[in-house]
Design a binder for this molecule. Structure first.
Ligand code: PAF
Length: 281
């Protein structure tokens, strides 16, 4: 595996792969790799002639400087995992390599069609501008045939699909299911920051989401949503930031069980912000 930090060097590698007729599968990440990331990598390695990964803590998608600072990092451990998994190229640039100073100064403009006005977008203003900014740059540099994203970041995935449509990227987005611990806790780099006690409490998030499926569609959407919030908040140390039951395509809150409905939750476990989601129908 080659680790590359300069975009010019990456461009030369990509040109050489293309000249050899090798198709590229791409997995963008912010590092602190766990088994959820490795499931994406496993698919990308299996389904493409060549797998390219990126590890880049993108500063423009963090609306909170402390959150960026606390984000776990371990490039050396990530490199070992990726080498063992059969990744060909790891791209790990610095912010200065990715951005001109003026690009960091204002939010990246994109027509989200309202997808950024709800849930994560409401609580982390500018977050998705940064995501689209960096992923569009990475797609331009890596030129993948397929790119792999996890369904845990459900809203991000919907926005990436829209970005690919609007910007005409010739890339197939592969949606990959959430990977969970045996306890049900959704894997996340942020789980590293949970104490043992907090980890046990956080398991309740996925349990409650699963249990709530027993009530749908017999009970109204609003009642199920309130039950989820109350059941999670009943655990000392857990605090729901939002729980929304939304249409899977538009991400707008629904009041009827119609079409594909997904429940998306963000919960603070101490100062660790965890997200999860569940499909109802
Ligand atoms: O999901 C993530 O890890 C990030 O948002 C992404 C897609 C790598 C962009 O920085």
């Amino acid at each position: 595996m080659k680790t590359i930090t300069k975009k010019q060097e990456l461009a030369a590698e990509v040109a050489s792969l293309k000249a050899q007729g090798k198709t590229i599968g791409f997995v963008p990440t912010m590092g602190a790799l766990h088994d959820g990331h490795m499931a994406l990598v496993g698919r990308a390695v299996q389904e493409n002639r060549c797998c390219v990964m990126s590890v880049f803590d993108n500063p423009t998608q963090f609306n909170n400087a402390t959150d960026l600072e606390k984000y776990p990092r371990n490039l050396q451990r990530d490199e070992e995992k990726l080498r063992a998994a059969g990744v060909a190229i790891l791209f790990a640039p610095t912010p200065e390599e990715m951005y001109e100073p003026e690009e960091m100064a204002h939010p990246f403009a994109f027509d989200f069609g309202g997808l950024d006005q709800v849930m994560e977008g409401k609580y982390r203003p500018g977050h998705f501008n940064g995501v689209v900014q960096v992923v569009s740059k990475l797609f331009t540099l890596v030129q993948p045939r397929k790119a792999y994203f996890g369904e845990k970041d459900f809203q991000q995935l919907a926005i990436i699909h829209r970005m690919v449509r609007l910007m005409h990227f010739p890339v197939e987005i592969v949606d990959c299911p959430i990977v969970r611990e045996a306890s049900g806790l959704a894997l996340s780099s942020r789980n590293e920051r949970l104490s043992d006690e907090q980890r046990k409490k956080a398991v309740r998030i996925s349990e409650v989401l699963r249990e709530s499926r027993n009530f749908a569609p017999a009970k109204p959407v609003k009642e199920v949503a309130q039950w989820v919030v109350d059941a999670i908040n009943a655990v000392d140390g857990l605090q729901v930031e939002y729980y929304e039951i939304v249409d899977a395509a538009t991400l707008q809150a629904v009041d009827q069980w119609e079409g594909h409905c997904v429940g998306c939750v963000t919960v603070y476990c101490g100062d660790v912000r965890l997200i999860d989601n569940i499909r109802y129908c």
